[in-house]
Design a binder for this molecule. Structure first.
Ligand code: GAL
Length: 453
C-alpha cells in the first residue's frame, strides 16, 4: 500500500460506525419502549439463525469499555445512532429520562476520550407504537419525527456537532415495506411508495429542525449506494441497469438536492404522486453540509420481463465467479470510486463522507487472535479508490469503517462478523482483531506501506 493517512489531508475524518439496535441490547431496560426490530425478531423464522439482539453486544452496559477500545485504536470519530424508543418509549409524548441520560453519558464519555461523536437520528428502529399506527406509511410520521428530532437536538446539541438524519432510507423502506425482509416486514408497492415519500420528507425535515436548533452543526444524511453495471451490452440489460440505478442510487438523493424524484428513469415510482401534497416538492429539498456515502459492493443487472415492476433483476455475485464476502457480495473496490465520482457530479453536493464501508469474511479465533488479513486488504483496496477519487478533486472528507464490534446483522442475525473487534456473545469478551490493530497503526503512523500488524 503506497499511501498513508496524511495523503487524505490533515482534516480528513477517520472513524468507525455502529447502530443502536445492532449493539445496544438492553431492549427493555430502564423504560425503553419496543421498537419494530424488537418485535420483528420475535418471529425467529425472519432471522437467518433465529437470533435476536435483546442482549447483543450489550453496549448499553459496556459502552465505557468499548469507547476505551476506540481510544486504544486511536480512532478519532465515532458514529452511533439514537434508539428512538429508548428516549420516547411510545414514539411521541412522554420522554424516558433514563434513555436521555444514557446518551448523555455516552456522549460525555466520547468527549472525555477526545472522540468526536457523529450521531445518526434514525437507523431503522422505529418505535413499535408508531408502527401500530402505520409507521412510515402514515404521513403523521412528519409530526412524530419532528418531535423526536427536536428532542435529540435540544438534549444533545450542546455537545454533538456532527449529525446524520437517516441511515439508508432505500434499505429501510425497500427491505422493510416492499420486500418484507426487514422490520416491520410489510410488503407491496403502496406500502413502499408511501414509506419512501414520507422518509424523503423526514430526511429534509429532520435536517431543517437540526439547522434551526443548532446553528453551527454539520448536518448530513446517509445513502446506500452501489455502482451498477449491466450484465451485457444488450440494450435491454442497459435499460434495466438504468432503472436499478434510479431506484438504488438516485431515488433519495435527488429530491434532497431539489431535483425531484427520478421518475423518467423509474416509471414504476410515478404512483408516488398519489401521496404528494402541493408543496412537497420544495419541502423535500435541503442544503446538506455533507452527504454520507455507504458502499460495500457493486451490482450487476440483467433484464427479465417476468419480474414485476422492475422488469429486471440483480445477478447474484455467486453466479458471476467473482471474489465474495460471506454476505455473498462481490469484492469490488472500484465501486466506491465510481459512486463518489457519480455523486460529485451533482451540483448541490458540497462534501462527501464515507459513513460506512467494511466487510464480513470467514474468520476464526486462534489462541486469542483473529488474523483477518483479508479485511485489512479489503479496507486498503477501497481506501485506495477513495484516494483516487480525492486526487481527481472529489471533495471526500471522511471515511468510517463499518463496524466497531461484531454485532447483530439484521436478518442475517449473528452469522456475519463485520467488526474491527471480535465479540464473544456468551461472555461479552472483546478482542481487537488484526484489522483493528492495523487501523490503529495506520491512524498513528506516518506511512504504513505493508501489511505488518
Ligand atoms: C448497512 C447498514 C448497517 C450494516 C451494514 C452491513 O446497510 O447501514 O447497519 O448492517 O449495512 O451490512
Amino acid at each position: 500500500m503506497g499511501y498513508s493517512k496524511f495523503d487524505f489531508g490533515e482534516d480528513f475524518h477517520w472513524g468507525v460506525s455502529t447502530a443502536a439496535y445492532q449493539i445496544e441490547g438492553a431492549h427493555n431496560l430502564h423504560g425503553k419502549g419496543m421498537s419494530i426490530w424488537d418485535k420483528f425478531v420475535q418471529n425467529s423464522s425472519k432471522i437467518k439463525d433465529g437470533s435476536h439482539a435483546n442482549v447483543g453486544c450489550n453496549f448499553y452496559e459496556h459502552f465505557e469499555n468499548d469507547l476505551d477500545l476506540i481510544q486504544e485504536m486511536q480512532i478519532p470519530n465515532y458514529r452511533f445512532s439514537i434508539s428512538w424508543s429508548r428516549v420516547l418509549p411510545n414514539g411521541i409524548g412522554e420522554v424516558n429520562q433514563a434513555g436521555i441520560d444514557f446518551y448523555n453519558r455516552l456522549i460525555d464519555a466520547c468527549l472525555e476520550r477526545n472522540i468526536t461523536p457523529w450521531v445518526t437520528l434514525y437507523h431503522w428502529d422505529l418505535p413499535q407504537a408508531l408502527e401500530d399506527q402505520g409507521g412510515w406509511t402514515n404521513r403523521e410520521i412528519l409530526n412524530w419525527f419532528e418531535e423526536f428530532a427536536t428532542l435529540c437536538a435540544r438534549s444533545f446539541g450542546d455537545r454533538v456537532t456532527h449529525w446524520m438524519v437517516l441511515n439508508e432510507p432505500m434499505v429501510f423502506t425497500g427491505a422493510g415495506y416492499f420486500l418484507g425482509y426487514h422490520a416491520p416486514g410489510r410488503k407491496g408497492m403502496s406500502n413502499f411508495l408511501s414509506a419512501m415519500h414520507h422518509a424523503t420528507l423526514c430526511q429534509s425535515l429532520g435536517a431543517r429542525i437540526l439547522r434551526n436548533e443548532l446553528e453551527d452543526a454539520k448536518i448530513g444524511t446517509t445513502f446506500s449506494c452501489s455502482h451498477i453495471d449491466p450484465l451485457t451490452d444488450d440494450e435491454k440489460d442497459v435499460a434495466a441497469a438504468n432503472r436499478f440505478d434510479a431506484l438504488l442510487n438516485r431515488l433519495f438523493i435527488e429530491p434532497a438536492l431539489g431535483l425531484g424524484y427520478p421518475l423518467d428513469d423509474l416509471p414504476i415510482a410515478k404512483r408516488v404522486e398519489k401521496y404528494m401534497l402541493p408543496h412537497d416538492e420544495s419541502l423535500m429539498h435541503f442544503d446538506f453540509d455533507f452527504i454520507g456515502v455507504q458502499n460495500y459492493t457493486r451490482e450487476v443487472v440483467k433484464a427479465n420481463w417476468m419480474i414485476p415492476y422492475m422488469k429486471g433483476q440483480i445477478v447474484n455475485a455467486d453466479e458471476r465467479k467473482v471474489p465474495l464476502t460471506t454476505m455473498n457480495w462481490e469484492v469490488y473496490p472500484q465501486s466506491i470510486y465510481q459512486v463518489l465520482k457519480k455523486f460529485d457530479t451533482y451540483e448541490g453536493v458540497k462534501e462527501l463522507v464515507i459513513t460506512e464501508n467494511g466487510v464480513a469474511f470467514p474468520e476464526k479465533v486462534i489462541e486469542g487472535r483473529i488474523k483477518d488479513l483479508d479485511r485489512i486488504q479489503f479496507v486498503q483496496s477501497y481506501l485506495n479508490q477513495v484516494l483516487k477519487a480525492q486526487r481527481e478533486d472529489v471533495n471526500v472528507t471522511g471515511y468510517f469503517i463499518w463496524t466497531l464490534l461484531d454485532n447483530f446483522e439484521w436478518a442475517e442475525g449473528f452469522t456475519q462478523r463485520f467488526g474491527l473487534i471480535h465479540t464473544d456473545f456468551e461472555t461479552q469478551e472483546r478482542i481487537i482483531k488484526d484489522s483493528g490493530r492495523w487501523y490503529k497503526r495506520f491512524l498513528q503512523s506516518a506511512k504504513v506501506r505493508n501489511l505488518v500488524v
